[in-house]
Design a protein around this ligand. Sequence first.
Ligand code: PLP
Length: 449
Amino acid sequence: MKNSKNPDNPVSYSRRSFLRASQATVAALSAAPMLGGAKDILAATVPSGSTKAHPDYYDKLGVTKLINAAGTYTDLTSAVMPPLVREAVAQAALHPVHLAELQQKAGEYIAQKLQTEGCCISCGAASAITLATAASVMAANNCQSGDIPSKIGTPEFPKNEVVVQKIHHYEYDVAMHLCGIKFVDVVTMDDYKQALGPNTVMTQYFNACDDVGISREDWIAAAHEKGVPCHLDAAADMPPISNLWKYTGMGFDLVSFSGGKDIRGPQNAGLLLGKKKYTDLAQRNSCPVDSSVGRGMKVAKEQIVGMVAAVDWLLSQTDEGMEKESRDRMAVIVKMVKDIPTVKTSIMMPEVANHVPHLMINFDPDAIGASARELRVRLRTATPCIELNPHTGSKRPSQGVPAQPNALVVTTFLLNPGEEEVIGRQIRKVLKNPKSVGVYPPPPRLAAI
Ligand SMILES: *Cc1c(COP(=O)(O)O)cnc(C)c1O
């Protein structure tokens, strides 16, 4: 942060020491022995306390670092990994291993921790959806990974139908299309039972869809009567932590989670959990199988280990503890803005996806002199750059958050220590005098965000 050099700013000092601590890990990596006896190399660890200065490549590249008060949005690079996970990633970078052995043992470890039979570590939830589809296509057709997608839907391998509720179509449909499938849409339970036929390979269910339609239980029961596996996309649907085993326990054969959202693993990692028969087939459709649809969705050893460490980290947390941390940080922000005329604050939690506290800072735009949308842009274009939740100023409810035309929406679960005070101070400033913070309209580079 540019303003972390401001000596009048005590908060930025705590940020600086925090950042220094994380830089030490990276610096230590560069100090690890690169040459020398094999024994030295194999013994290489990540020593702590190194003081060697290391370039900050964001600064070197002129890339703006931001404070994430939005949430686990992919275009904001989602969550930062907790220190335990960062250290595991750095440690894994020190040694080559056999990829298949790492995939197998890491998958078994996570499956056992998350109370299911099997786990394939994917390159994010979107790739977990592709691998789930590929596994189902392979199981139904008894084909090889190299047959997907080119031979699927041909007389040789005719089984290619994925059954889905019409209301559950979404942008990630393309992750399934990659496998050469076609969708069969249903509305009623009767439609659904009829649609489950000899060419069905899988059913697809979008967990966080605003309208559930056919219940999860009825959905699973009808598919299982015909021996069809059910996939659930629950990418952003943790917390509560128990969701990581709730849906597989309910009977979904395959459940996709994003690793880089609230689980706080690497952004390019995800989990496909469920029946071992299918997670094993999913693995056979991924790197290093060169002829597989997942070959381009490589998960490197650092991300695999990071995902394991993230699961360990998460299971050392409690839902109550994480929620309290969010609410304590919100209390700091509320205290700094609540005396501003017309401002009213409240906290809501979406039911399914992103089930974390959202702070709503409501105000009268006429009294303040700017709309919520304008204030969001002003906070983004100021230094430090603060990204508010995209529901800020929204005119329509979405993802379980009501319309908030006159509110700033703030989440605090992804903050680095001390950032809540920076946010409180900047929001106070922009509410008291909008033109004193950032620019509006935004410059072209930021206009499209
Ligand atoms: C975020 C998200 C995904 C994609 O997750 P990645 O880990 O970024 O690949 C898929 N489905 C839903 C519902 C999501 O919210």
